[in-house]
Design a protein around this ligand. Structure first.
Ligand SMILES: Nc1nc2c(ncn2[C@@H]2O[C@H](COP(=O)(O)OP(=O)(O)O)[C@@H](O)[C@H]2O)c(=O)[nH]1
Ligand SMILES: [Mg+2]
Length: 198
């Protein structure tokens, strides 16, 4: 059987300087450039990864985080399958913003898979404990990861959770397509070779 090709759109949201661009760069290039410039507006990077369940093309949108009301969000979030809310464990301010954005997200993309990410765990001056992060994630019904994009800690686990979401969605949609095909006897079943499922 042909290996599935799964496309998955991800958007990274968080306060200024929490490490959104560093995380995108770490996932796509496995490399963090210390000379990263502030992101203006939004941009994306994409790469195709081989996983056990097939090829997953991740398209990751990076936002600037300067837009306090997140008026820019709907454009990037609406058709995203995965939303990463990133804060920095050394900044209380960065987690407060996330609470506000959660309400926006509920209105904009209630079905997106939300993952809460606490970055910069390599730093000693923590303001947010792991328990506080987990507590917030529970409130959001979101998965939770603590990472260091700089030192590449926890990023593999986060990445695996993202590809799991993508491949599970693919499986669910494929099953639904099969069910539909079984009931439509007069039309030949669709068997798309390449199709976006998330
Ligand atoms: N100590 C530490 N610094 C980080 C980490 N991730 C990013 N940074 C630094 O935080 C600053 C802001 O990172 P950037 O990716 O531009 O943040 P963005 O504004 O959210 O896109 C840069 O100086 C990064 O090198 C991390 O995991 N640990
Ligand atoms: Mg940035």
């Amino acid at each position: 059987m042909e290996e599935p090709f799964i496309e998955c759109k991800v958007v990274i949201i968080g306060y200024v300087s929490v490490g959104k661009t560093s995380l995108m760069s770490r996932i796509i290039n496995d490399y963090v450039d210390n000379g990263i410039k502030p992101t203006i507006g939004a941009s994306y990077m994409s790469k195709t990864f081989s996983t056990e369940k097939g090829k997953v093309k991740m398209q990751i949108w990076d936002t600037s985080g300067q837009d306090r009301s997140l008026t820019v969000i709907p454009m990037y979030v609406r058709d995203s399958s995965i939303v990463l809310f990133v804060y920095s464990v050394d900044s209380n301010m960065s987690i407060q913003n996330i609470e506000k954005w959660y309400d926006d997200l509920q209105r904009t993309a209630p079905n997106a898979n939300l993952i809460l990410v606490g970055n910069k765990i390599d730093l000693e001056n923590r303001e947010i404990t792991k328990e506080q992060g987990q507590h917030l994630a529970n409130k959001f019904h979101a998965q939770f990861f603590e990472i260091s994009a700089l030192q590449n800690t926890g990023v593999t686990e986060l990445f695996n959770a993202m590809t799991d979401i993508a491949t599970n969605q693919y499986d669910q949609q494929t099953t639904a397509t099969r069910r539909r095909s079984a009931t439509v006897i007069t039309r030949p079943p669709e068997t798309p070779k390449k199709r976006s499922f998330c």
